[in-house]
Design a protein. Structure first.
Length: 364
């Protein structure tokens, strides 16, 4: 059995056009188009050439048909400015990662989704409501990835070659998903998680999922969720100096510019002080990096536990990749590089990381 849709997904995953794949494989453009649309099936030698060119095993193309995630279901940031090739490549990678999620869910009991629908609220009160429902109060959040995973959100990483694609999110069969770029600073990564959380709770069926208004709302939600008003007012004086902003940003593990924006939004910085602070922080490089920032970015606790437990049962990473008919490198690109993290010099599995509450419960 041959799966025509998987040629298209594998090609898009590699960022290739039909013409580019045609040149690599030595097959006519019309023939490749026929393979992708299911009009004809490739012969054995042709399939082997396609497999080699796309770096997917031949078995991948014999699995059941799979639909690429629809563009309208995904909250791409600045979607109108994103080129089709990296956008489709990211959609293809996330489509394949969903098969890993299915593999996990068949073997483990994962946290159920606990995200309310808050689309009728403005971003600031929506952030307050969610903090209250999750019992967070005004306390800084120790780890955003662990937090959303404990509430049923599945978090995966985007392959590092997708430098043009920011984080994105979507709902699939009642389960919320977030995909994160691994190329940003840890503080910006945390903000991305909060931003996508905003999309998930604010932008369901009631309102549009994408566009400048939705992006502005998601940013406002993220700012309020990470830096609650009462917490900021109690820790930062009015009209703070840039040095005070830099000293305070670590309380909430946010970027200096994000805290500056929040202070201006709360009218703790006047327009003049806000512009001056932005100029000074920009001169010191805070628009592109975070000096004295977090030592490392946040990763998935759920995935680390799953793979540690699987290894403990004698299921190797190679076996998981073989079950999914992908390479270990491909699998690693979806799971924050945990394939490497979970290996030790002796060949034994490293123990799962112990992190702050709330802890995830995975039952075999």
């Amino acid at each position: 059995m041959f799966s025509s849709s998987r040629i298209a997904i594998a090609r898009k995953r590699r960022g290739l056009t039909l013409a580019e794949l045609s040149e690599r494989v030595g097959v006519s453009l019309q023939s490749l188009s026929n393979y992708e649309t299911g009009r004809t099936d490739p012969g054995g030698e042709t399939l082997a050439s396609i497999s080699a060119a796309l770096d997917f095993p031949e078995s991948f193309f014999r699995k059941p048909e799979v639909d690429l995630l629809p563009l309208d279901a995904v909250s791409f940031r600045a979607r109108s400015k994103l080129a089709a090739s990296p956008r489709d490549a990211a959609l293809a990678a996330s489509t394949l990662a969903l098969e890993l999620n299915e593999w996990i869910e068949r073997r483990y009991k994962l946290p159920a989704a606990q995200l309310p629908t808050l689309g009728r609220l403005d971003p600031e009160p929506a952030a307050d409501v969610l903090r209250t429902r999750w019992g967070l109060g005004d306390a800084p959040i120790s780890n955003m990835v662990h937090l959303v995973e404990s509430r049923g959100v599945r978090v995966f990483s985007l392959p590092p070659e997708f430098s043009d694609v920011d984080a994105f999110s979507f709902w699939q069969n009642g389960t919320p998903f977030i995909f994160l770029s691994t190329l940003k600073s840890p503080e910006r990564g945390r903000f991305d998680v909060a931003h996508e959380l905003g999309h998930l709770v604010l932008h369901g069926e009631e309102r549009a999922l994408y566009g400048p208004p939705a992006e502005k709302e998601a940013n406002s939600f993220a700012s309020a969720f990470l830096m609650p008003q009462d917490s900021v007012r109690s820790c930062v004086p009015d009209s703070p100096m840039p040095s005070q902003i830099v000293a305070a940003k670590g309380i909430w593990k946010v970027a200096a510019m994000a805290l500056t924006y929040r202070l201006h939004d709360l009218e703790m910085l006047s327009d003049w002080h806000y512009r001056k602070a932005c100029i000074e922080l920009s001169k010191k490089g805070y628009r592109s990096t975070e000096h004295r920032g977090m030592p490392s970015r946040e990763k998935s606790q759920l995935l680390e536990k799953v793979f540690s437990m699987a290894h403990g049962k004698g299921i190797s990473t190679r076996q998981v990749a073989d079950d999914l008919d992908v390479s270990v490198q491909e699998l690693s690109s979806w799971i924050f590089g945990l394939v490497v993290t979970l290996r030790s010099g002796s060949g034994r599995t490293a123990p799962p990381v112990v992190s702050d509450k709330p802890r995830l419960s995975i039952v075999r």
